[in-house]
Design a protein around this ligand. Structure first.
Ligand code: HEM
Length: 344
């Protein structure tokens, strides 16, 4: 099969965007402080971690030239830290409607990194959510939603009407309501939902579960999603196929509109690697210590090499927001070496 992505993608930067994104980051930091209620702050968003685990990202053999980019250039295995989370800035019952996410941190990755001051770090992160797109077109819509949701469910709709208008609010609420309910983090696909550079082209990435046994009925406990995943990992490994969709053209696979799906018939997914979480007991003393360390880490799509630079306004807004959140909660520095860290 001849696989290639077009190289004429482009970003469109608004003249006022840095100032606007700084304002959004401060607003999220205020929310983070409020949610902490005087205690130690959690993440501004994705505060509740379900599981922190270690694994391997095993790059596929014989990848076609177009897919041999950055960490996928050679068939090899990368040690990886993984954190599953709920999207809210509050620690809520898993029954509460929310977006679920997963973050990967590859360790030992050479090359200059993008975050100023962290150029020499040896990590490459990928952050994904359960949906292939966001319901939000722009960071303005995203932050308007977070702001409205922070006032509690009763005020969400009137506040959204106020900031986004009637039609757009209805469209958003419809999309949010159609989000599938996650009963197991092991059987759910996860998507970057936003594009990143992929060498000369651009791509969206996704994780698809491989051979995961279907989920049973959720236990109803506040931490049901954690219980389910911990129990699976205690009895055996879990595997996902990590795949890329390549940029076609601005109309088919837009860069700046975060709500536009990239159609799979025009931009099919190609496997790059397999993510394997080996059997592990996270309830053991060493498992608990590892989870504590992963909880303190900073996962950020901008922990990346230039060949995998995040693209589009939502990604550029994240560049500022994650750094504020990380500073506020005094996250751990980037890990240098997985073996040393896991051994404590
Ligand atoms: C499709 C778009 C997005 C995806 C896939 C995504 C995914 C994630 C994930 C998985 C985490 C948890 C990371 C962890 O486990 O440490 C996270 C955290 C966070 N997200 Fe996003 N996110 C998106 C958009 C945004 C936007 C637009 C903003 C703000 C403008 C934002 C702000 C944050 C913040 C502040 C954190 C906490 C960072 C920290 O303290 O470590 N996210 N996101």
């Amino acid at each position: 099969m001849n696989i290639s992505g077009a190289t004429d993608w482009k970003e469109t930067l608004a003249p006022d965007e840095v100032e606007r994104f700084e304002r959004y980051a401060s607003e999220l930091r205020e929310l983070q402080r409020r949610n902490a209620r005087g205690g130690p702050p959690s993440r501004a968003l994705h505060a509740k971690g379900h599981v922190g685990a270690t694994g391997e990202l095993i790059v596929s053999k014989d990848l076609p030239e177009a897919l041999r980019v950055a960490v996928f250039a050679e068939p090899r295995s990368w040690p990886v830290f993984v954190r599953f989370s709920n999207g809210s800035g509050r620690h809520q019952h898993d029954r509460t409607a929310d977006v679920r996410g997963v973050a990967l941190k590859l360790v030992g990755v050479p090359g200059r990194k993008l975050i100023p001051g962290l150029e020499d770090k040896r990590t490459q992160d990928f952050l994904l959510i359960q949906e292939p797109t966001t319901p939000f077109r722009t960071p303005d819509e995203f932050v308007a939603f977070v702001r409205a949701a922070a006032k509690g469910p009763g005020l969400l709709v009137p506040r959204l009407f106020g900031s986004l208008g009637f039609g757009r609010t209805l469209g958003l609420l419809k999309k949010l309501a159609s989000m599938p309910k996650v009963t197991s983090l092991a059987t759910t696909p996860f998507y970057t939902a936003l594009p990143l550079r992929f060498g000369a082209t651009a791509a969206k990435l996704a994780l698809f579960p491989v051979d995961a046994t279907p989920a049973g009925v959720a236990s109803g406990a506040p931490g049901a999603l954690r219980e389910e995943l911990v129990s699976r990992l205690r009895t055996g490994p879990l595997t996902w196929s990590f795949r890329a969709q390549l940029f076609v053209d601005e109309r088919t696979t837009p860069i700046e509109d975060a709500s536009a799906p990239w159609p799979e018939d025009r931009a099919p997914f190609h496997e790059l690697a397999r993510l394997v979480l080996p059997q592990q007991d996270l309830t053991s003393a060493s498992g608990a210590k590892l989870e504590e360390q992963i909880e303190r880490m900073s996962f950020d799509p901008w922990h990346a090499v230039e060949e995998l630079r995040p693209l589009g306004a939502m990604m550029r807004a994240r560049a500022i927001a994650y750094r504020e959140s990380v500073l506020e909660r005094q996250a751990a520095p980037e890990p240098e070496d997985m073996v040393k860290l896991a051994a404590g």
